[in-house]
Design a protein around this ligand. Structure first.
Ligand SMILES: [Zn+2]
Length: 169
């Protein structure tokens, strides 16, 4: 089921999400709804707080390089992630379904390794130094109540806020 996306500057985006302790059907429905919602907006990642649920759960689905499709089985479901390694620096253009239409170059670690749980509570680890690494860092920021525009310089942030106010009228 497609749910409403929480749009900036909604205060819920500042919440620090809580650890998932129940790996039950309620969590599975949440993850399924997150997928439906993300796909409906042509997104590549979504954190639970973006549909108003303050739990440490996020999904990422990077479109297939040939078909551009995002089949559900390609969805990476990441619960209770923790960084075990972050190295290097790189800039990538980022966007966010909670700040639609805004794209900015953001500097983040080039390489990351995380440990996390899947929808059944099983532990995994994953590492990447490409677009997935960017998506992981962007989505984990949401769990900490942060959005990507907070990483902009003061000047660029001011420009964004002005532009955003204009658009929201
Ligand atoms: Zn986002």
């Amino acid at each position: 089921m497609v749910r409403d996306i929480v749009i900036y500057p909604d205060k819920r985006l500042k919440l620090i999400s809580k650890e998932v302790t129940q790996f039950d059907t309620e969590l599975h429905t949440l993850l399924d709804d997150m997928y439906d919602t993300m796909i409906s907006k042509k997104g590549v990642g979504l954190a639970a707080i973006q549909i108003g649920v303050a739990l440490r759960a996020l999904i990422i689905n990077i479109p297939d390089s040939d078909s551009d499709e995002q089949p559900k089985e390609n969805t990476l479901e990441i619960i209770n992630p923790i960084f075990v390694s972050q190295e290097g620096k790189e800039k990538h253009q980022e966007g966010c379904l909670s700040i639609p239409g805004i794209y900015e170059d953001i500097e983040r670690a080039k390489y990351v390794k995380i440990e996390y749980q899947d929808r059944f509570g099983k532990r995994h680890s994953i590492e990447d130094d490409d677009f997935l690494a960017v998506a992981i860092q962007h989505e984990i920021d949401h769990l900490e109540g942060k959005v990507f525009i907070e990483k902009l310089s003061i000047l660029k942030r001011k420009k964004f806020e002005k532009e955003w106010k204009k658009r929201s009228k």
